[in-house]
Design a protein around this ligand. Structure first.
Ligand SMILES: [Fe+2]
Length: 240
């Protein structure tokens, strides 16, 4: 499997605090059958979590890969970032300041949970005008989508890729996210499921419980497609 959204880089955001935590997260992921992890630190947030394109950030992906290799942990790290659409988002977009997913056309985008859907649409178009494809991080967590799930049809019709969180499906991120993730899955609107893991214990990258839940509650859903085929196409910069 591939995990498209994971805060595994050490010390760069509210994910792994140390390299030890990063390695433990990788071990947990590998044990559940994950082979590739997109390292997606928060980017363009208010505080120090900048993580724009830089030599330091590129060195951070490489240095985690070296540590994994040295410890014999069978995980490949792919580059990325989870970009918050706010503030000077468009100026940064124009300056090509954001790391896309494995340097592909796909940009992982998040919003404030209470964001106005008109602003979201504006940001999607800005990304598309810059020649990229928006991958919407955890759409099931946004209040506008919880209240008006038909918005998801519009986004998918316009070519945006919906990435649902494992924790939402498992009921760990509140009732709204739980119900909305189920509805999106049943309507066939989800393209990718990822861990959005921040640690090896709470919000972890182990996919076991997710696979069981998909099997039990969503037998009609093609888990292989959401956890392997689509994220692999994204990694290879292929169209979906
Ligand atoms: Fe995240």
């Amino acid at each position: 499997m591939l995990d498209l959204h994971c805060h595994i880089l050490p010390g760069l955001d509210d994910g792994a605090e140390t390299l030890g935590v990063s390695l433990e997260m990788a071990v947990v992921a590998a044990r559940s059958g994950v082979e590739y992890i997109f390292a997606t630190p928060h980017c363009n947030t208010h505080d120090e979590r900048k993580n724009y394109r830089s030599a330091e950030l590129i060195a951070a992906y490489r240095s985690l890969q070296s540590a994994l290799d040295e410890n014999g942990i069978p995980i490949r790290i792919l580059s990325g970032a989870e970009v918050l659409a706010r503030g000077r988002f468009e100026a940064h977009l124009e300056a090509e300041a954001f790391m896309t997913l494995n340097a592909s056309r796909y940009l992982l985008l998040e919003f404030y949970f209470d964001e106005d859907p008109a602003y979201m649409e504006h940001c999607f178009r800005a990304v598309e005008n810059a020649g990229m494809v928006p991958v919407v991080a955890h759409p099931e967590r946004y209040y506008c989508l919880q209240q008006s799930p038909e918005l998801a049809n519009l986004w998918v019709d316009r070519g945006r890729v919906l990435q649902v969180n494992k924790g939402s499906i498992l009921g760990e991120l509140g009732e709204g996210a739980y119900l909305t993730s189920a509805l999106l899955l049943r309507r066939g609107l989800v393209s990718v499921i990822a861990s959005d893991a921040h640690h090896f214990y709470h919000r972890n990258p182990h996919m076991g419980a997710l696979l069981e839940a998909l099997d039990r509650r969503f037998p009609e859903v093609d888990a292989e497609r959401l956890l392997r085929t689509v994220p692999m196409k994204i990694a290879k910069d292929q169209s979906l």
